[in-house]
Ligand binder design. Structure first.
Ligand code: ADP
Ligand code: MG
Length: 748
């Protein structure tokens, strides 16, 4: 922009008389800086008369000393160089008034030339911009502070705890925003408490919200910023910090409820501008955001902690098998969810506690446990407390009964432990509030009561905060249900076992009875058989007896004759008679011993017997006719484990039968074999054989095909062999012969 750099003296002279009329300061300085002209506006601005100004040095007298040097240099540049004139054509600098104040002036500087063309000095026109500068400065400061605030807001959001937020806020207020004193107050129940401060230590650290006075309380109640510009003349003011003359309180509102107050103070009167109010209010908004973030984060962390402890405990609960140990884990889990005292009482059908062990607790001392047992609330009262009457206190499965409630007081009993929470630790929980829930099984039976007390956070429960407790409540119910099932199962098992044992005893008894009965039956059958036999035996015995009788008669006669004449003929006859008597007696003897054997209970005592010797011994007692050949084909040292007395009868019987089956003569072969774990003896004859239809009858008692047979022989054989745990078998072909086979076990 082109502008006039110089101004001639003539031109100045021409306008001089008008210069007093304009509302701007006009000053002419000579080259020394002395004032050669000043208009009346300039004088009034400086608060001097013109004669007090004219002739005096401008810089020494009307410029604030702090910039005097700087302005002198500027002046010398203006008067000495063209660049200087250009550069400082427009220039802002203050002037110093007679009363010592400064006024900001925007100067327009040009040079004045004298008539001879020499530079005479400067002509400066100045506009008073004091007010504008002030506003500018304030705006600038506000903007600066605003940007500090915004920066500060991001710092606030890094706070990890509420206390950190409080500290950051008072720091920001004093260090960043430049307030003298700052406090952060938080509402706790019905009190407003100082949580952080900077500057002087507050005399009062907390006050009641019911107080009629106090700026901070007023800010809470009105939800607005409250200012006191002169505390000494403010009836609402309470001196919280010594020597304070101005105070500004702004409420901090978090999630629509007032949380606390930001308070700044100053020793100056009228210390706070509208901009300060704005700044503090903006800070309050930032603070509110930070607090609600931390609260959300804290509740998230709490949830996370609860969730992980929930899982931890779930595992532990599953691991423990005993029901009381399980319930102990349950109450510990609930304790960890934020309750200082947890009591779980197992109840019978009348909701009474049966024994002290049925009170399972966490967080209680031994004394307290004893107190609970000795002062236990009756089942009747619990019935009432769990009745529909209390339905309106239900929060999920729980009942929450605030102490102040009328109904609660009615059912209140003395059996309540003193709370360990101090009033300061509670928020809205009353130490005598009741919180309990029934332990209900699937079938609706109530088997216990859970009551919790002393919340760590001091807060009343909500459906939300009780949700994890409900989970454990159900765990406890399931544990009890399971335990009861197991108990029932064990009882059933025990009964079953007793039953089985009883049954076994009975079975044994019955078996014994049966065996005895069977033995009796067998014996009686045998006796009956013998009875039957007796008839025929009687008949059979009568014949030989009559023969013996007759023979005896004959012998008598003979002996009479012998007394007269004894000769060899009659001697031979006596022998013959005696022989017949012996035969008959043998026969009778056999019948009797067969009968005895059959009627007798057989007992066996086995020993090792050499079969060759044994057969030889048996054959020596049997009269074998001439026309029958007996072959014994048994390896030497072949032994049998038998009772020789008993087995001898078997051999005698079988051999006798074989002989009787070969009236025309033949061969009896006796041989032996080892068959598996048994030894067999075979008796093969070449006799008449047994017809097929008789084969399964020959072992029956009384079966005989012989005129003088008893039919007891093989029946006795079978009993004796079976008493040896052996078998007797027969194979036969009519006309060819018969093989009997006896098999007995080998004993080690
Ligand atoms: P008893 O010899 O008194 O008849 P046993 O019980 O000894 O009684 O024999 C029963 C029947 O078995 C005999 O009557 C006979 O018919 C038949 N028996 C036994 N052994 C032989 C044999 N070796 N050969 C043919 N028949 C036999
Ligand atoms: Mg016989």
């Amino acid at each position: 922009m082109e502008f006039e750099e110089t101004f001639s003296f003539e031109e100045f002279e021409a306008i001089r008389k008008y210069l007093d009329l304009i509302g701007a300061i006009v000053v002419v300085l000579d080259l020394k800086g002395d004032v050669r002209f000043i208009n009346s506006f300039g004088c009034s601005l400086l608060e001097y008369d013109s004669n007090e100004v004219i002739g005096r040095n401008w810089f020494e007298n009307f410029i604030p000393s702090r910039i005097r040097r700087e302005l002198k240099e500027v002046f010398s540049k203006i008067i000495s160089t063209n660049e200087g004139v250009k550069k400082y054509h427009y220039y802002e600098s203050p002037i110093l008034t007679k009363s010592g104040k400064e006024r900001a002036i925007a100067w327009n500087n040009i040079l004045i030339e004298s008539r001879d063309g020499q530079i005479f000095g400067t002509l400066s026109t100045g506009i008073d911009i004091t007010e504008r500068v002030k506003v500018d400065a304030m705006e600038k400061a506000f903007e600066e502070k605003l940007s500090i605030l915004n920066y500060f807001a991001s710092t606030l959001n890094t706070a990890k705890s509420l206390d950190e937020v409080y500290e950051y806020v008072v720091d920001g207020l004093t260090k960043a925003l430049g307030f003298e004193y700052a406090m952060f107050l938080v509402i706790e129940k019905d009190r407003l408490k100082v949580k952080a401060y900077r500057g002087l230590k507050p005399i009062i650290k907390e006050m009641s919200l019911n107080s009629q006075k106090g700026l901070t309380v007023k800010a809470v109640k009105t939800l607005r910023t409250v200012i006191s510009n002169d505390t000494w003349n403010d009836k609402d003011y309470i001196e919280g910090v010594k020597g304070v003359r101005s105070e500004l309180s702004t409420p901090v509102i978090v999630n629509d409820t007032v949380y606390g107050v930001i308070d700044v103070q100053s020793r100056k009167v009228n210390a706070f501008s509208n901009e300060d109010v704005k700044l503090v209010e903006i800070l309050a908004t930032h603070t509110s955001t930070a607090i609600s973030n931390i609260e959300r984060q804290t509740s998230l962390e709490k949830q996370y902690r609860q969730l992980s402890s929930l899982m931890q405990f779930s595992i532990e609960i599953i691991r423990t098998s005993d029901v009381r140990a399980r319930l102990q884990k349950v109450v510990e889990a609930i304790e960890s969810l934020g309750w200082r005292r947890v009591v779980l009482s197992l109840r019978d059908e009348n909701l009474e506690i049966r024994s002290p062990e049925d009170i399972i607790t966490a967080g209680l001392s031994e004394d307290e446990r004893r107190f609970l047992w000795e002062n236990r609330t009756s089942g009747k009262i619990w019935r009432e407390r769990l009745s529909a009457k209390f339905n309106r206190y239900k929060v999920g499965q729980f009942y929450y009964i605030p102490y102040e409630d009328q109904l609660a007081q009615e059912y209140f009993t003395g059996s309540v432990l003193d709370s360990r929470l101090s009033p300061e630790e509670t928020v809205d929980w009353h130490p005598q509030d009741l919180l309990y829930a029934p332990l209900t099984l699937l079938d609706g039976r109530i088997v216990g009561i859970l009551s919790v007390d002393d919340p760590v956070d001091g807060k009343r429960p909500t459906k939300y905060s009780l949700a994890p407790l409900e989970l454990f409540l159900n765990y406890a119910a399931i544990a009890i249900e399971n335990a009861q099932l197991i108990q029932k199962l064990e009882a059933a098992q025990k009964r079953l076992k007793e039953y089985a044992d009883e049954l076994e005893v009975k079975v044994n008894e019955r078996t014994k009875e049966l065996v005895e009965a069977q033995e009796k039956l067998l014996r009686s059958e045998r006796l009956a058989t013998i009875g039957e036999v007796a008839a025929s035996v009687g008949h059979d015995l009568r014949n030989p007896l009559q023969v013996i009788l007759y023979e005896c008669f004959a012998l008598e006669n003979l002996l009479e004759n012998i007394s007269r004449e004894y000769d060899s003929k009659s001697g031979a006859m006596v022998k013959q008679h005696l022989q017949r008597i012996r035969e008959q007696i043998n026969y009778m003897n056999k019948i009797v011993s067969d009968l005895q054997d059959y009627g007798r209970k057989i007992t066996i005592k086995t020993i090792k017997v050499d079969l060759n010797n044994f057969v030889k011994n048996v054959l020596s007692t049997i009269k074998v006719p001439e026309n029958i050949k007996v072959i014994v084909d048994v390896p030497i040292e072949f032994t049998l484990d038998i009772d020789p007395e008993m087995m001898k009868r078997v051999f005698v019987n079988i051999i006798t039968n074989a002989i009787q089956a070969m009236p025309e003569g033949g061969t009896l072969t006796i041989y032996s074999r080892v068959e598996g774990d048994k030894k067999a003896v075979y008796f093969r004859d070449t006799g008449v054989g047994i017809p097929k239809e008789n084969l399964d009858k020959i072992f029956h008692p009384l079966f005989t095909t012989k005129a003088k047979g008893t039919g007891l022989g093989l029946a006795v054989c079978k009993r004796i062999v079976e008493a040896h745990e052996g078998t007797i078998e027969v194979e036969s072909e009519v006309g060819k012969g018969t093989v009997f086979k006896i098999k007995v076990p080998i004993k080690s």
